[in-house]
Write a protein of this length. Sequence first.
Length: 273
Amino acid sequence: MTSSPFIFQLGAVRGQIFTDGVGVSAPEVSAARYPDHVEQMRAEIGEAPVHGSRNVLLLDAGEERILIDTGEGKFNAVADGLLIPALRDHGVDLGSITTVILTHFHMDHIGGLLTEEGTPTFPNARLIAARPEYDHWLSEATLAALPADRAAFIRSTFAAYERVELVTPPAEVLPGIKLIPAYGHSPGQCAVLIESQGERLLHIADSWHIPAQLNLPEARIKFDAVPEQAIASRRALMERAEQENLLTLGYHFEFPGLGHVRRAGNRRVWIIK
Ligand SMILES: [Zn+2]
């Protein structure tokens, strides 16, 4: 049996967070992912092992059943990844998902969109994504530079789904759900702000990967595509999360990844929900 989702309520919206897989890294291994700030990150992380996850958010909002990102799918070492079997095991009919919002097109976010046979995993869903992200990854220049299996996957994914809606962020894509530019980690990455009955949740996608970055926003992870832009986006979102006291979700934080960015003296702290 796959692990159970974390269930919460945001105003009238029911949220469930599924993990597509968890991992644990030694502090020095985690710090080494920040090539310009290895020593500083090592100090921020401390001595405890770093727990990570791929936290996939499912929202039930009226008639809409919305998934934000899809895990690694067949790119996972485990066949199908862990998200798809977890959804099935916990009573989520894949055909009941009406919308999949994609924060960005890295494989650990879009890999679950296709079945092993190459058909849509979510046969009745439309995809919503930011136009800058789509235009980057679907350009012939980008595809030509990718490993062949990834390029083929991207081409066939966006051909397999009949409805792909591209928006220019910031944009309200569904009532109370906004895509916010968080460019840099991937050229067109977006965060997602969800609001219902005055309650709000900020899904930061991969704007930062672990809470230990909160006091070192200038530390770029080696996967940031446009580092300076990623740093600026990260700073802005951290400030917003703190100043507006937003419930915040990190895609790669320890499961389920929900908490608040708070200030303690001259430092930021991550308070788990
Ligand atoms: Zn990621």
